[in-house]
Design a protein around this ligand. Structure first.
Ligand code: NAD
Length: 251
């Protein structure tokens, strides 16, 4: 029987984060659904409630330290000390290097890297106190390099080093840290990429699938299943790992 913990999932108003939040709720955990605006969390909260779970929605920008401090304080007060953290919030600012602006670079670093750092630093205090914790960071197959994504690839590769370091520092407190590196997952993020390059989403998916060994695109639930495992009691000896969930070795 799974012990009920308090989980925070960032960027969980939609897409992969929403599926992870719902899955953790179905696993028996209380879930804080964090996204930029509190109203963005409504659909996820409703899905969790409909599944018999318990959740609260919080509006916070993960790259803002005041927002992060306030969000973690509210979670602690309303749901109890958070000991599961999924750093999922993410954005794209794709461009070829010669066209990439300072703003494109900084925005991506701020949400993925600074956001994961701020959330992890705030939550580890509770994990260390409870002598139990799980941190799951969303990397990407783009960490291996992807045209037009110098900023995003650097951030997603950076998250892998961040994850391994958290695993080393926090292991003694029974806190594990792992990363999931998804391949092509059907969400608003990949839909926006298709729009940007001017390809109908269905064609974009078909092209992606043609290069995926298992012959289908990924769904948010595929990532939620991996997050559920990393967050589980059974995964207590798995730490500092990067799991590519891509229908093949690298999508
Ligand atoms: P998405 O764009 O559908 O959802 C991202 C969510 O994060 C949105 O709800 C957005 O509002 C929120 N968000 C953005 N900036 C935020 C901030 N500063 N503070 C709080 N919330 C913020 O994206 P998705 O496809 O569900 O991706 C989720 C994660 O998975 C991201 O980290 C992404 O980089 C990663 N990923 C996605 C894919 C894919 O194919 N979709 C592949 C690899 C990795």
């Amino acid at each position: 029987m799974t012990e009920t913990r308090t989980a925070i999932v960032t960027g969980s108003g939609r897409g992969i984060g929403a599926a992870v939040a719902l899955r953790l709720a179905k696993d028996g955990h209380k879930v804080a659904v964090i996204d930029l605006r509190e109203e963005d969390t409504t659909a996820t909260i409703e899905a969790i409630n409909a599944a018999g779970g318990q959740a609260i929605g919080i509006g916070a920008d993960v790259s803002n330290s005041d927002d992060v401090a306030a969000a973690v304080a509210r979670v602690t007060e309303e749901l109890g000390a958070p000991t599961i953290l999924v750093n999922n919030a993410g954005i794209l600012r794709d461009n070829l290097l010669f066209k990439m602006s300072d703003g494109d670079w900084d925005a991506v670093m701020n949400v993925h890297l600074r956001g994961s750092f701020l959330m992890s630093r705030a939550v580890q205090a509770h994990q260390v106190e409870q002598k139990w914790g799980r941190i799951v960071n969303l990397s990407s197959t783009s960490a291996l390099g992807n045209r037009g994504q110098a900023n995003y690839a650097a951030a997603k590769a950076g998250l892998q080093g961040f994850t391994k370091t958290l695993a080393i520092e926090l292991g003694r407190y029974n806190v594990t840290a792992n990363a999931i590196a998804p391949g092509f997952i059907e969400t608003d993020m990949t839909r926006a990429t298709a729009e940007r390059v001017g390809v109908p989403f269905e064609d974009f998916i078909a092209h992606a699938v043609s290069e995926i060994p298992v012959g289908r695109s990924g769904k948010p639930e595929d990532i939620a299943a991996a997050a559920s495992f990393f967050a589980s009691e059974e995964a207590s000896f798995v730490s500092g790992q990067v799991l590519y969930v891509a229908g093949g070795p690298k999508g």
